[in-house]
Each structure stands twice: as structure tokens, then as C-alpha cells.
Design a protein. Structure first.
Length: 112
């Protein structure tokens, strides 16, 4: 059952990724809507609960996620303004990864 459950998790994640990519081609706003929904978080909580039934662990995961999600938002800034800044995709992508890495790392090192 464990292997089947893991295969189902992979399949669900893959379907979400493909759906976002396909929808984004024609309707970027709807792709962004799907991307902004906490689908992965929702699935992680459901799958985690099904597997462990540990409310304390789910609560701790929710608190950590609540802090880390805003810290990851700087990733989007260079991509959102790439055309205005004259950046190509990979430069904007790398800058976003760097900004998110710095903000998350600072919290991991110096936060509570």
C-alpha cells in the first residue's frame, strides 16, 4: 500500500503541474490562480494526516509554512518585472531564486 500511495501522490502532483503549465499558455491569469492556490499544502496536510494522524506535527508544519511562504515571495519579483528590467527568463529566474534563498536562509539562520 505504501508504494501505491506514493505513486498516487506523484501522479496528483504531476497533474497539477501539467494543468498549470497548459492553462498558463492560453490564460496566464487562470494559471496564476491555480499556482497561487495552496494545492500542494492542502495535499500534504491530507496525505500527512492519512499517514500519521498527528495533529501536533500538522500544526507545527502549518506554523512553519505560514512563516516561510511570505519569505519565498521575493522569487517572483524579478520575473514579474523582467521585461521592464531588460532581463531574459533565466536571468530573472536566477535572480528570483537568489532573492528567495537569501530571505529564507536569513530566517533559517537568524529567525526563531
Amino acid at each position: 500500500m505504501g508504494m501505491l500511495a506514493n505513486a498516487l501522490r506523484v501522479l496528483v502532483a504531476a497533474v497539477i503541474l501539467v494543468a498549470v503549465a497548459e492553462i498558463s499558455k492560453r490564460h496566464p491569469r487562470y494559471g496564476a490562480l491555480l499556482l497561487s492556490l495552496p494545492l500542494v499544502s492542502i495535499l500534504a496536510f491530507v496525505f500527512g494526516w492519512q499517514q500519521h494522524h498527528d495533529l501536533s506535527a500538522a500544526s507545527k508544519l502549518a506554523r512553519e509554512t505560514l512563516v516561510l511562504v511570505p519569505l519565498g515571495l521575493p522569487f517572483f519579483v524579478p520575473l514579474a518585472f523582467a521585461t521592464q528590467l531588460g532581463l531574459n527568463f533565466w536571468t530573472a529566474f536566477a535572480a528570483g531564486v537568489l532573492l528567495a534563498t537569501v530571505s529564507i536562509s536569513a530566517w533559517m539562520l537568524y529567525g526563531s
